[in-house]
Design a protein around this ligand. Structure first.
Ligand code: PLP
Length: 381
């Protein structure tokens, strides 16, 4: 049976599966985005954004994918001649660096090989050298399935008086983001990840300090304009109306589940996935102590072609996983288990992987992967 996107198990690292309620919310006739009804939609979105970020504060929604949120933050808060530190240990860390270099001429890049933990000591040294306007970092490095240890550097960022600007695109509503405790000045979320809304919106949380220091260098992504409009339940330019309707329904679903419950569920699925990977004799790509709870990245077993593995999974078992990016193409595959992914998704995914490994004569212990998933499921009591 060919892969059927309408019914398949869809576990790429985002976009993620969208709940039918969210899909239905978009099926409306065109709305007047300056009319009373749409202002009501925006008002409700504003009320619910703190559920997503786990805190109150200045929060905006931008029509544009996650990168629009990053560009809005860096273009508004960096200064051309003031030093910015960027941190990179994966594809999106490199992207952070590339965006920052458009808006700042004094960028210091601190990097580690893809999949390795943050070089915390080197970051501390750079911060201690002084004159740092901002530190820009990816919290959850989707490309390598790694969670960066922001708790370890947060106190140093504060001590240095630098702005702490965080790409939380595959972290928000997936792993805890203690904005206040860490002193995060800007946190960017993407609609298509932990929130399980369609791709195409970025949500940004800003600290009071960040709001006070906005000096927008772009027109469309002018965060000050967005904040001003939002105070009147409006948007400065024509918003992506159907996506706003979807966002509201996805926020309602998150509120019904509760942020803490979604984070716990995501973590439980991550722990079970990692246990199942080990039970199948496979290896995680990132340092296991820093493995992400929203994306599990697995090394392709020797002799098993990545494209073939994922094709068999898709066409024979109706499971879509994601390959590696850049230099990791063909070397890893990634399982996204965030948003509304569920245990049934993991069971069929690991059942399919077991069949593929068995066919290749590489399955150490039949049923062990499935056993690890079921052992991770909530107790029946
Ligand atoms: N940063 C991270 C950590 C991501 O995972 C992604 C997308 O996967 C991006 C940035 C880019 O976001 P978008 O493709 O929505 O612009």
């Amino acid at each position: 049976m060919p892969y059927d996107p309408e019914t398949a198990t869809f576990l790429i690292a985002g976009p993620v599966r969208i709940h039918p309620r969210v899909l239905r919310a978009m099926s409306t006739p065109s709305l007047n985005h300056r009319g009373e009804y749409f202002h009501g939609i925006v008002a409700e979105i504003r009320e619910l954004l703190p559920v997503l970020f786990g805190t109150q504060g200045a929060q905006v929604v931008l029509s544009g994918s996650g990168t629009s949120g990053l560009e809005a933050v860096y273009s508004s808060l960096l200064r051309r001649g003031e030093r910015t530190i960027t941190v990179s240990n994966g594809n999106f860390g490199e992207r952070t660096d590339a965006i920052c270099r458009r808006y700042c001429e004094q960028v210091t890049t601190v990097s580690a090989p893809w999949g390795q933990p943050l070089p915390v000591e080197r970051i501390r040294e750079e911060l201690a050298r002084g004159d740092v306007r901002a530190l820009c970092v990816v919290y959850n490095e989707t490309s390598v399935g790694l969670r960066n240890d922001l708790a370890a550097i947060a106190p140093d960022v504060r001590k240095a008086g630098a702005l702490f600007l965080v790409d939380g695109i595959s972290a928000v509503a997936g792993i805890p983001c203690p904005i206040g405790e860490w002193g995060i000045d800007a946190l960017v979320a993407g609609s298509q990840k932990g929130l399980a809304a369609p791709a195409g919106l970025a949500m940004v949380h800003l600290s009071e300090r960040a709001v006070g220091e906005l000096r927008p260098a772009t027109f469309y992504l002018d965060l000050a304009e967005h904040l001003k409009s939002l105070a009147n339940n409006d948007t400065p330019w024509t918003p992506a109306v159907p996506l706003f309707l979807a966002l509201l329904e996805a926020l309602r679903l998150l509120q019904e589940e509760g942020l803490a419950t979604r984070l716990e569920r995501t973590r439980a699925m991550a722990l079970a996935s990692r246990a199942a990977v080990a039970a199948l004799g496979l290896e995680l790509f990132p340092d296991p102590a820093h493995a992400s709870d929203t994306v599990t990245a697995v090394r392709n077993p020797p002799g098993l072609d990545d494209a073939r593995l994922r094709k068999v999974l898709a066409e024979r078992y109706q499971v879509l996983l994601q390959g590696g990016q850049g230099a990791l193409k063909g070397k890893i595959f990634r399982i996204g288990h965030m948003g509304i992914a569920n245990w049934a998704d993991l069971l069929v995914t690991f059942a399919g992987l077991e069949r593929i490994l068995a066919h290749a004569g590489r399955l150490p212990s039949p049923g062990a992967g499935l056993g690890a998933i079921s052992a991770g499921m909530p107790s029946a009591g």
